[in-house]
Design a protein. Structure first.
Length: 534
């Protein structure tokens, strides 16, 4: 990031050798000066931003591990009904080939004689997993739908937490919000590993998902608001790179540990990485300026300039006061941020499009992960590849600056559909896994771009609330994804891929028709600024 910065003239050094009238002339800001202009003076992509991206992106690593370890925690190994619990004997059905183990019913009576007695005790295959949520709480047969419920509860918790922490971050600051959420996560994550019943497990899953969602929102917004416009696309996509690393670490940890509660402790350890440094994070200068705290915003800009080796003019605080930013938080009602998202026809169109795009993004993204894991012979390999293919998705970094945010965003959706719609026409096995990974590659690139695009077409005064809205939509899509993957997959193995492909194509068309192009433009500060964009 530092290599691409154009050095600004060192006004502070030259001011000591020029006439006072020249100083006044040089420091006089233009009538159209924006916050990004002042941030560029401090250095919008220097050492400070590099350190900030590194420190805050650990939130993406933590969120990825906590999100994807559920694939292993709720996996259902082979199981057989135990007919005689005292002797631990297995029930089986006589066939020409011998004796086939029965999973859900106790044989002993013909179906014509009445309902077959349901199995009440099972023996599980422990060759792959030492224990999973399924084996510990016997989520098989008529309780098998509860497998999906664990992930659904996580997504629904994120659905509630996203607007809550989004608005709280708008009220009290991004850094404070991050500090609160990381503390809560490190408390709830290890408690989930000690769950003794399914219901306590669900409560723990909800608590950890809610807090890692809030952590993600606050850290990402803090980072993006402290990076200059020219470097924002690179910073945004580099920021989500640890997400791919988190997926691969989840695959490695699952393969090594083989027990769901030990894997949950790995999730807790990931949160501990953030705990020491979160207290040192500076507040977003853009948030401070937007809430009328110009002196603190000026101090924050001076800190950025000092780390980046820049010097700011003495009247930076006065320049901040002249900016047309969002009104102070004290003048807003508690629901104002949410209402502004639908306050005009343009904002309504953007908000509704945002909801649909994020629902589709989550359904397809998480759905492919679930579907690939159950179709592959090795779930750990499928998860590892799922994370690995997201690394080359960073190739979208130069494309969004050269081609624009909107066309690249639309292309990721359309290419995802093109990759997975042919799945019914290929034989099961590695061809299906290959197409699934190509779809994951495309939709993974989309996940990187969509965050940057959202941050740029939503105004500062509601940006955190908009990110909360998008996370709500993502949570709805995520909650639906295991039901599509497991439910439709039980009807026909290729049905989930068809649904994912059709949804992806529809989202690509919505992107082209509704969203504005934001490349090379300053961030909108107010809803009025959005009205000027097309």
């Amino acid at each position: 990031m530092t290599g691409s910065i154009k050095p600004h003239q060192t006004d502070s050094l030259e001011m000591t050798t020029v006439h006072d009238s020249e100083v006044t002339k040089r420091e006089e800001p233009s009538q159209e000066e924006t916050f990004d202009d002042l941030l560029d003076l401090a250095g919008g992509g220097g050492r400070f931003q590099l350190l900030l991206v590194f420190a805050t992106s650990l939130g993406a690593l933590t969120a990825a591990i906590d999100t994807f370890c559920i694939v292993f925690k709720v996996d259902s190994p082979d199981h057989w009904c135990v007919r005689d619990a005292a002797n631990n004997s297995l029930s089986c059905v006589p066939t020409e080939a011998g004796c086939e183990a029965e999973s859900c019913f106790v044989p002993g009576s013909n179906a014509t004689d009445g309902p077959r007695p349901a199995c009440v005790q099972w023996q599980f295959d422990h060759s792959v997993y030492q224990s999973t949520v399924v084996t510990d709480f016997e989520l098989v047969c008529d309780r098998s739908d509860l497998r999906s419920m664990v992930f659904t509860v996580q997504m629904l918790a994120a659905l509630v937490a996203a607007p809550l922490f989004g608005v709280l971050g708008d009220w009290y600051g991004r850094a404070r919000g991050a500090a609160v959420t990381v503390i809560l996560f490190t408390v709830f994550a290890p408690l989930m590993a000690a769950a003794t019943s399914l219901w306590t497990l669900l409560v723990g899953a909800a608590a950890t998902a809610a807090t890692h969602t809030g952590l993600y929102i606050c850290l990402f917004t803090l980072c993006m608001e402290s990076v200059g416009e020219r470097h924002r696309s690179v910073a945004g996509l580099v920021w989500v790179l640890p997400w791919a690393g988190g997926i691969m670490l989840t695959a490695a940890a699952g393969w090594l540990l083989r027990s769901w509660w030990q894997l949950q402790l790995v999730c807790a350890a990931a949160g501990l990485l953030l705990l020491p440094g979160v207290w040192l994070l500076p507040e977003s200068p853009r948030w401070l300026a937007a809430h009328g705290r110009t002196e603190r915003a000026a101090a924050a800009l001076r800190q950025i300039a000092a780390v980046n080796g820049r010097a700011l003019p003495a009247d930076v605080a006065e320049r901040l006061r002249r900016l047309s930013l969002a009104p102070p938080a004290e003048d807003t009602s508690r629901c104002r941020e949410a209402l502004l998202l639908f306050s005009s026809r343009r904002m309504c169109c953007l908000s509704l499009a945002t909801i649909w795009l994020w629902v589709v993004m989550a359904v397809v993204y998480y759905g492919i992960a679930f579907d690939s894991a159950q179709l592959a012979d090795n779930a750990y390999l499928a998860m590892l590849l799922s994370g690995l293919v997201e690394v080359p998705s960073m190739a979208a970094v130069p494309l969004i600056d050269r081609l624009g945010r909107r066309p690249v965003m639309a292309a990721t959706y359309l290419l995802t559909g093109a990759a997975i719609l042919p799945v019914p026409a290929v034989p099961p096995g590695w061809p299906v896994l290959l197409l699934g990974m190509l779809g994951k590659l495309a939709i993974g690139a989309g996940f990187g771009v969509i965050y940057v695009h959202l941050e740029e077409y939503m105004p500062t005064e509601v940006r955190n609330a908009a990110l909360g809205l998008s996370t709500m939509a993502e949570s709805v899509g995520g909650a639906l994804s295991p039901h599509v993957a497991y439910g439709l997959g039980g009807w026909h193995w290729a049905a989930p891929s068809v649904v994912f492909g059709v949804l992806a194509v529809s989202a690509g068309l919505v992107t082209l028709l509704v969203l504005p192009e934001t490349a090379g433009r300053p961030l909108p500060e107010t809803v009025r600024d959005v009205q000027k964009t097309r």
